[in-house]
Design a protein around this ligand. Structure first.
Ligand code: IPM
Ligand code: MG
Length: 365
């Protein structure tokens, strides 16, 4: 019997609509191959939502997302909206979506594909075989802590304030996701904090250490965030799974992504306790190349694969998509961001067509 899934599409801004179109074509194609049917509902977020409704996250979008099985998001933001007050910025829409759906766990894999080793800015021997999963806490920490704001003091001087705060239970729930994730991988978990300076980090470290007793099969280590940044560049293969707070995770996941050559290759999953997850590329909306058919759609396509695996429990269809990505790379197809000598430079749409051909060939066996 055909399985039907309700998927909310949030194409957003910049290159978002172009890469989303490719991912939708790919989903439809694997759907035909695996007898899955998708009911796609498009909704507004970010700058596109600001232009249409004055809000970066209209209530209707949240409702549509809540009523779906999973959410596929492209990217938000652009120069045009950068000067608006914070409540009307595209980023506020994304943060509202994460908070509104309770997506506290953000899984960001950084896996180097053998075909792209030469696209990395680091030496082959440093990056070959890198396979890291960053588990980033996504609805707490300094992104959401109170008090926050810019306040005028008695002297008339202004003071900007944000608060990095974590409770026991917030640390424990992201810790459990991280230990479970590490258990399914190589069984190594590195918790990253700044416990030499920050009280909130000391609590983080204490809770992670306590939690480790429940996961005797996982080897837990701790690093300060500055050292972790250095170690990621020095010898990334020492890492298997990393767990960290919202801000450190934002920074380290970009660094980890770049090890793989291009941030244009990496998907992510944001998951809550229950309800639909959001699947999105790690990269942004790249307004500088928007509308020029130059974007790399592969992170978006791989996000759709992650959605099939984590949200819809369709691992075979997910693997099919991942195989198609490998196949087009094996053929030498490249978008500009991962281009190297002797390869075929393709635009976003042509890369999509090549994926569809690869999917067809894989189905034939
Ligand atoms: C990310 C982005 C977002 C973040 C921005 C766009 C709000 O950088 O998903 O990593 O800081 O979380
Ligand atoms: Mg970021």
């Amino acid at each position: 019997m055909t399985q039907t899934y309700r998927i909310t599409l949030l194409p957003g801004d910049g290159i978002g609509p172009e890469i989303m179109a490719v991912a939708v074509d790919v989903l439809k194609a694997v759907g035909r191959q695996f007898d899955l049917s998708f009911e796609f509902q498009e909704a507004l977020i970010g700058g596109a939502a600001i232009d249409a409704t004055n809000s970066p996250l209209p209530e209707e979008t949240l409702t549509t997302c809540r009523n779906s099985d999973a959410v596929l998001l492209a990217a938000i933001g652009g120069y045009k909206w950068d000067t608006l007050p914070r409540s009307q910025r595209p980023e506020t829409g994304l943060l509202g979506l994460r908070a509104g759906l309770g997506l506290f766990a953000n899984l960001r894999p950084a896996t180097i594909l053998p075909q792209l080793i030469d696209a990395s800015s680091l030496k082959r021997e440093v990056v070959e075989g890198v396979d890291i999963m960053v588990v980033r806490e996504l609805t707490g920490g300094i992104y959401f802590g109170q008090p926050r704001g810019v306040f005028t003091m008695e002297s008339g001087e202004k003071r900007g304030v944000n608060t990095m705060a974590y409770t026991d239970s917030e640390i424990d729930r992201i810790g459990r996701v991280a230990f479970e994730t590490a258990r399914k991988r190589q069984g190594k978990l590195c918790s990253v904090d700044k416990a030499n300076v920050l009280e909130v980090s000391q609590l983080w470290r204490d809770r992670m250490t306590a939690l480790a007793e429940q996961y005797p099969d996982v080897e837990l280590s701790h690093l300060y965030v500055d050292n972790a940044a250095m170690q990621l560049l020095r010898w990334p293969k020492q890492f298997d799974t990393i767990v960290t707070g919202n801000l450190f995770g934002d920074i380290l996941s970009d660094a980890a992504a770049m090890l793989t050559g291009s941030i244009g290759m990496l998907p992510s999953a944001s998951l809550g306790e229950s309800g639909p997850g959001v699947f999105e590329p790690v990269h942004g909306s790249a307004p500088d190349i928007a509308g020029q058919d130059k974007a790399n759609p592969l992170a978006q396509v791989l996000s759709a694969a992650m959605m099939l695996r984590y949200a819809l429990d369709q691992p075979a269809a997910a693997t099919r998509i991942e195989k198609a990505v490998e196949r087009v790379l094996d053929q030498g197809d490249r978008t500009g961001d991962i281009m190297s000598e002797g390869k075929n430079l393709l635009g976003c749409r042509a890369m999509g067509d090549s994926l569809l051909t690869a999917l067809e060939a894989l189905a034939q066996g």
